[in-house]
Design a binder for this molecule. Sequence first.
Ligand code: ZN
Length: 247
Amino acid sequence: MDLPASPRHITVLTGAGMSAESGIATFRDALTGLWARFDPEELACEDGFRGDPARVWGWYRWRAAQLLGCAPNAGHVGIAALQAGREITVLTQNVDDLHERAGSHGVVHLHGELLHSRCIGCGATQDPDPITRNLPVTPGDGQLETPPACDACGAPFRPGVVWFGEALPDTAWQAAVDALQACDLLVVIGTSGMVQPAASLPVLAKRLGKPVIEINPQPTPISDIADAHWPMGAVEGVAKLQAMLAG
Ligand code: ZN
């Protein structure tokens, strides 16, 4: 399939590779120090939280502090710049806010957001959000921290990310499907193509007849169905995309 010369609506799907050049630790790399003995499956699930809320809450608070010390990279900035003159929908598997800080609007967070939390009982939120309240300026090694109790029902607050075994938020998933239907190009950046159901989005795009460009240094399961695979990191790939669209 030919790539469209001047797409009016581009949907971008980003994963961990998008934020790697900003220094965001991958899931496994974030398991050091106090958390070294744990598997992601133990910390990032409701059973793990209920079994040891201070450990899980402390881990996410530590990651939130790390995130606040990172900045968007040229790839995030380049995607935001594409908004000029066309419609861009950003779907991300990342729980960071680097697309937003770079200036992208309406970012769809398929796996929730690290800087948001809610009551595990009734879903209430608090302002300012307790996941970032009084965070240390430097993240250090992190510490165990008891999550605050909900004013309304007394249940503990939990991180606002999607855990193992949980469904994606309905509104985010529907927004992703809508964006695939509306776009005339899907660009997939830095995702492994292994985490379902997000990995099914490029497949759905092809089924809808949309051209797909994949930007990833490594081949992935998406490479087989993509119309083009650009073997490079996110920053270089977004620059190439900008050049293609400008040309
Ligand atoms: Zn509550």
